[in-house]
Design a protein. Structure first.
Length: 167
């Protein structure tokens, strides 16, 4: 009898919170599925299929928060959304994803890399702004040079006319 009571007590004590419930199993399966989709997206990127990878990464980033998976998906999706050339080097979506990465995963190694990227984007934006300003200054100086050249030609003609009248 004593053995049966000890066995029952041991089963009760060890079966409490240690056994995975449905929510634990579902979370594990969700994380496993997201990890597989992330690996598939990385494989698509290596093959050059950026649109397919972006679709998978977007699905991962819209899912539940899973450190180690979602943060990497956000970073890679932000990289894919950056636009070369144009008025701004980074699309609004890319900036939004980088801000979300910083806010939701501050300790992630992907956040550290994103911080450098955000800084570079800021420098690029500042250089674009300076370039626009310099183009405007250049245009106004070109107009001013044109005006000065026209005035110089008029002065030359006036000088010639005065010289001819003096003779």
């Amino acid at each position: 009898m004593r053995k049966l009571a000890t066995l029952t007590l041991a089963m009760v004590l060890f079966s409490g919170c240690a056994t995975p419930g449905k929510s634990d199993t579902a979370g594990f399966l969700q994380r496993y599925s997201a990890s597989n989709r992330l690996a598939e997206a990385v494989e698509l990127l290596s093959k050059g299929d950026a649109p397919g990878a972006a679709k998978l990464l977007d699905g991962i980033s819209r899912g539940g928060a899973m450190p180690g998976v979602t943060d990497e998906a956000l970073f890679r999706l932000a990289l894919l959304s950056l636009r070369a050339g144009g008025e701004t080097p980074a699309s609004a979506q890319g900036r939004r994803l980088l801000r979300r990465l910083k806010k939701e995963y501050p300790a992630s190694p992907w956040t550290l890399q994103a911080a450098s990227l955000v800084e570079l984007i800021g420098v690029a934006d500042e250089l674009k702004r300076q370039n626009r300003n310099l183009k405007g200054v250049n245009q106004s100086l070109t107009r001013e040079i044109g005006d000065l050249n026209r005035n110089l030609e008029r002065l030359k003609h006036l000088d010639l006319e005065l010289e001819q009248k003096v003779r």
